[in-house]
Ligand binder design. Sequence first.
Ligand code: C5P
Length: 253
Amino acid sequence: MATPHDIADSATSISALTAARDRLIVALDLPDAVLVRQFLPRLEGQCRWLKVGLELFVAAGPAIISELVESGYSVFLDLKLHDIPNTVAGAVKTASTLGASLLTLHAAGGPHMLHAALDAAASMPKAPTLLAVTVLTSMNSQQLHATGIPQPPSQQVELLARMGLAVGMRGFVCSAEESAQLRTICGAETSLVVPGIRPAGVALDDQQRVATPTLALQNGASYLVVGRPIVQAPEPASAAAAILSEMASALQT
Ligand code: C5P
């Protein structure tokens, strides 16, 4: 029987698959460390990036980051910090000691907050790359209007990205619907991290601004974040292999 590795390897070249693996982040949205330890072997070595979000971080604490890093994974710590500048700067400093490679904060915290966060990161020897979250991929125009923002997500994303760029941010989280626009504005060196990824035919769940892995890469995404389509799949390694294969094909064209 074909293994997930075979399925992925047969469709694409090894180097394209390696490039795809470097750009796929699995969102470990699980309630505790025990479930994470049970889940990871089910990925069968398909993935090298893991995202720790609020659910897992609140349950397992900073120790889960070092555990994953020591196991050889690159870790994206998705804390979505949003507070006064002094508090966010302090959180960036403490988070910078944990070994994560990427850390999020909300662009909506404003330029002073972003600036304080960048200064804090610059003062630490092994700070993660900071990513400013623009508009959550779960928000559509209606949801945004309800928070008092009249313009559609694409305009708000651009406004927040331009604000972030002006204070020195070089990484953003956006949906695939805005990534081509942001790539033009931000240039090639900026990291664009794109959640809301759904392979064709997969449930959207609570996500609104979604795209397939192929479209997200075509639109300039640097990294794709995928949670439930892999973590909740009956066979996570096969689900990851299918996504990696699609990504590798897109990267080859
Ligand atoms: O399960 P799913 O693939 O929808 O998970 C997406 C992940 O990306 C979640 O962990 C969510 O917190 C995160 N995320 C997002 N939209 C953003 C930023 C992060 O969905 N704008």
